[in-house]
Structures are given as C-alpha cells and as structure tokens.
Unconditional design. Structure first.
Length: 411
C-alpha cells in the first residue's frame, strides 16, 4: 500500500474531515503554519461585516450597549474558559500575550510581597519564547524582579524558597516539547511559589485543565489554533482564589469598577474584568469569537487526538522516504504539542523552497524547520504531499537557488 493509499483511508475515516470546509484554504496550498497563524474561518468575514456595517455603521456608539460591545472581553473569555479547564469568571479576552504577561507577573510579585515579605525571583528556562523572558527583564530593570533561568531538566532543582513565580510555556514554541503542568505546579506551590503558564502553543489544540493542576495564572494568544486572525486579542486567566487579592499594574479605565463614573481615583473591578486596560478592540474580538466558537464546536479532545495522528503519519512519511533530517521534537506524540521540528543546517532556504511550492511551514533560528498541525482543517493527504515536496527539494537541491537564502523579516 502506498502512502497515498494509506492517507486516503485515514481521511475517509476522519471524524473531523467535514470541518475543513468551514475554513478558507487556498487551492494547491498545504498549510502547516497554523501554530503561528490559524487559517481564516469562513464565517469570520460575514461576522465582521455585520459588526462594521450594522453595529458600527448603523448603531454607532449605541452598540456599546445594544450590541454588547462593552461585555465582549468577558463573553469571549468565558467561551475560552472550557478550552483550558477554567471557570467563565476566571478568563478575560484582552490585550496581547506580552501585555498580559507583564500584568500577571507584576500582580504575582505584588501578592508575594504581601505574603512572603519580598520574594522577587522569577524562574523560567533559557530558550523560552522571547517575549516571556523579555517581560521578566523589563520588570528587573525597574528593580521589581530578579530573573533566574534553569534548563528544563533542572527546573525542579532551581525551585527554592526564594522563587516568587515559576513562569513556563506549556508547549515549547521551537520544539513542541511539553512540560508536566501538574507536577511542576505542585512543586512550585510546595516552596511557596506561584505559577504562570503560557498556553500560546496549546490552547485549541491540546487538552489543558488549569483548575485540575492548581494553576495560579495563565495567558495565551488568539491567533494560532483559535483562528482569531493576525494580532488577535490574547486571553488571561486568574484562579478564582486569587481574584480578591489581584492588583494588576496597568490600571486603565476599562479595568475600573465603574469606568463611566469617570472618577479621578482608580477602583479595580472586583473580578477578572480588572485585567482589562484600554478600550476593547471590538473588531478583533469579533473575529476571535468566531474562531473560538468553531474550535469549541469541534472539541479539544478530538482535535488533540487528530493532531497526534497527523504528526505520527508525517513522521511515517519522512521515514518511508528516507529523509536525512534530525527530529528535534519528542518522538512520543504524547510528549509534544501540535507540531514537529526537524533540524537541517540549511533549514531557512529549505523552508523558502517549500513555500514556493505551496507547502507553508516556518523556520526557527538557527536551523529548525517547523511544521504545525492544525487538526481542524488538515488532511492526512496533506502530510504525504508535504513530505514528498520536502523530499524533492532535498534530493534536487532546489533550496540552493539564490532567492531562497535571502532572509525575510518574518521567518
């Protein structure tokens, strides 16, 4: 049986196959970058047109009340909550991952100052997504935090009673390797540390249960597996038990208990709403809500099962064609996120050559070919097509063309 025959059988038996038609996907393109920017849901343009033409165009400012614009952050956050094992009152859709990281780190440090008398150490790992580390460094420059980085195999060893906050990314952006959220959260709590999880490469593709593991804080983006569009709002999670003591530093008017009282004195909203800062981006939240609704309809458990099957079949194809690439991701699909990373010294040029052929993955410096598996719309046949193109690029040396070595701004 050929790889194509196997793919046909797998696609015919795929219970999620019917959802592919709910997305806009260009003809002749195999899109393996949904872990960076999700595909466009077909319902999104109409939803945005409705908001632009009717709610904004006709309703004008009245739509803050009549169309529910003011509550959008809470409403979309409540829809994200079941996807990450949280209660609706614990999640808000707002701002960006970077801004939410800053807010949550600062809030955690404030809580620890009051509870422990001044812990400032934030523990993370080298090679974490840059924005996560940059936010620690920004607070460190202000004298509010102390950065401590430890390799992932030594995180437990580095957890001591000086640590105020353990901040890690559940699925590593470059390799896809997963942390054991339950074990690490428990270990951090045993030394009196709080825990902040970045779920940017997990939400909408992997089962996550924040309350089951006892997480304190979390954030994640809306434009990857949630298909909210480029620059979609992020979300933030704060465990219910922490909400009464939460003091976020960006005290903007949308986080005020009564924003339209226009008081000179800040009074934080009593719940998760205080994590809002500026005015909600209504158009962006509209697009995000469509994506969240669609992913919720499909179901994270089913998406995760298909993701594992897609990545396993991709590796089967790589092996069958004898490609000389080193696997950087964990070999066990249960230990990785919805992606595979392969190493080659000419990874950038190879990636560009594949994109020219309609196989869109991405490159991560210095030598990683990264392929994301968005199970809502990918087929097993796409895996065969992608790997055959990859094999041809490697065999024919197509990547050696000059135009493929020219570095673009976004890789």
């Amino acid at each position: 049986m050929t790889l194509e025959d196997t793919a046909c059988e797998l696609d015919a038996a795929d219970p999620l196959a019917r959802f592919r038609e709910r997305f806009v996907l260009p003809e002749g393109v195999v899109y393996l970058d949904g872990n960076s920017l999700g595909a466009l849901p077909r319902a999104t343009p109409a939803a945005m047109a409705r908001v632009v033409e009717r709610e904004w165009g006709e309703g004008l400012i009245r739509s803050w009340n009549e169309a529910g614009w003011f509550e959008m952050g809470s409403r979309v956050g409540a829809k994200i909550a079941p996807l990450i094992g949280a209660q609706p009152s614990e999640v808000i859709a707002c701002d960006t991952v970077s801004a939410n990281l800053f807010k949550l780190i600062a809030a955690a440090l404030e809580m620890q100052r009051e509870a422990t008398g001044g812990r400032t150490v934030i523990l993370s790992e080298p090679g974490n997504f840059p924005t996560d580390i940059y936010m620690i460094q920004g607070l460190e420059r202000q004298g509010l935090a102390t950065q401590r980085l430890a390799p992932r195999e030594r995180i437990l060893e580095a957890l001591d009673e000086d640590v105020a906050l353990l901040m890690l990314t559940h699925a590593h952006y470059k390799t896809g390797e997963l942390f054991d959220m339950s074990a690490l959260t428990k270990a951090a709590h045993e030394v009196g540390a709080l825990v902040l999880w970045d779920l940017s490469h997990s939400t909408g593709a992997l089962p996550v249960d924040l309350n089951a593991v006892g997480a304190d804080f979390a954030t994640g983006c809306g434009y990857k597996y949630l298909c909210g569009g480029p620059g979609a709002p992020a979300f933030a999670f704060v465990a219910e038990r922490h909400l009464p003591d939460l003091k976020q530093p960006l005290t903007g008017w949308f986080g005020h208990a009564r924003p339209f009282a226009f008081s000179d004195e800040y009074e934080a909203a009593p719940g998760i709403e205080q994590l809002q800062c500026g005015t909600s981006p209504v158009l962006a939240l509209t697009a995000l809500e469509v994506g969240v609704d669609l992913i919720a309809e499909i179901g994270v458990e089913r998406l995760s099962a298909k993701s594992r099957a897609l990545s396993e079949f991709f590796l089967e194809c790589v092996g069958a064609l004898g490609l000389a690439l080193d696997l950087v991701s964990p070999a066990n699909s249960d230990a990785r996120g919805s992606q595979l990373s392969l190493r080659h010294k000419e990874a950038y040029a190879i990636c560009q050559a594949l994109i020219a052929r309609g196989v869109i993955g991405d490159f991560r410096d210095p030598d990683i070919l990264r392929f994301g598996f968005a199970p809502a719309y990918l087929r097993f046949g796409d895996m065969v097509s992608a790997v055959r193109e990859l094999s041809d690029v490697l065999e024919n040396g197509d990547w050696r063309r000059d135009e493929f070595s020219q570095r673009l701004t976004v890789t």
